[in-house]
Design a protein around this ligand. Structure first.
Ligand code: 6PG
Length: 223
């Protein structure tokens, strides 16, 4: 059963999600999968200031765009700026998507196989309800295995590498963040399990009032 924690602001969402991740890491979680996009940035910044023994933590990525790791669109670059350059994780397994969707997925599947089951996975949500680079109706959503290359992504850039839905579904703790009125429809559809972000049982959602739409707030509810 998913849980939905509704907070007043995006800043409160970032703080609550960061605290949840930090608690899991203090309780022994060893692998942390970072989300892409822009929403996690503030969460990463706050997480970097929290008490965590980063020397015990391996960092992985939920998805990556097929761009160089120093490209402005790179999820790795965002993670470096907001978290990785501020703390010292034991290991950072960068997703080598610049090698292309197929090669990147093949190489990263080996990483996931070595690290799985994943302890903590952070995810964002797109306005269409996608998560990582798993898009509604896209063939990548049905991929088996551990990682898959994505072409014709509805969200630019078109080529990506992503963990598969099954990998996300088997993680020990999944934390999903969504803020802003633009995500309200996606959150509602996720609550009805109609979109990829709503297909991960037991996810811990942290959303603000705007993304909660007609959900009463602030409240913690089952979804
Ligand atoms: C990506 C992300 C993607 C993102 C959502 C939300 O690489 O684009 O993994 O799944 O989390 O699209 O993006 P925002 O946080 O920027 O709204």
């Amino acid at each position: 059963m998913d849980t939905f924690t509704v907070l007043d602001s995006a800043e409160d969402v970032a703080a609550a999600a960061a605290a949840d991740v930090a608690q899991a890491l203090r309780e022994g979680a060893r692998s942390l999968v970072l989300a892409g996009g822009s929403t996690p940035r503030r969460c990463h910044e706050l997480l970097s200031e929290m008490e965590v023994e980063w020397g015990r933590v391996s960092i992985l990525f939920g998805d990556e765009r097929c761009v160089r790791p120093d490209h402005p669109d790179s999820n790795y670059l965002m993670a470096r700026e907001s978290l990785l350059d501020r703390v010292a994780p034991a290991t950072v397994y960068r997703m080598p998507a610049e090698l292309g969707p197929d090669v990147g997925a093949e190489l990263y599947a080996r990483v996931v196989a070595a690290v799985a089951p994943l302890d903590v996975v952070m995810l964002g949500v797109g306005e269409d309800g996608h998560t990582a680079s798993l898009f509604p109706g896209h063939p990548g959503l049905k991929a088996t295995g551990l990682a898959v290359g994505i072409r014709n992504s509805p969200k630019p850039p078109p080529e990506r590498v992503t963990l598969t839905l099954n990998v996300l579904q088997t993680a020990r703790r999944v934390i999903i963040v969504a803020t802003g009125v633009g995500k309200a429809d996606a959150v509602a559809r996720a609550k009805r399990h109609e979109v990829p972000s709503g297909m991960i049982g037991g996810a811990r959602w942290f959303i603000d009032r705007a993304a909660a739409g007609n959900l009463p707030s602030p409240r913690r509810g089952e979804g």
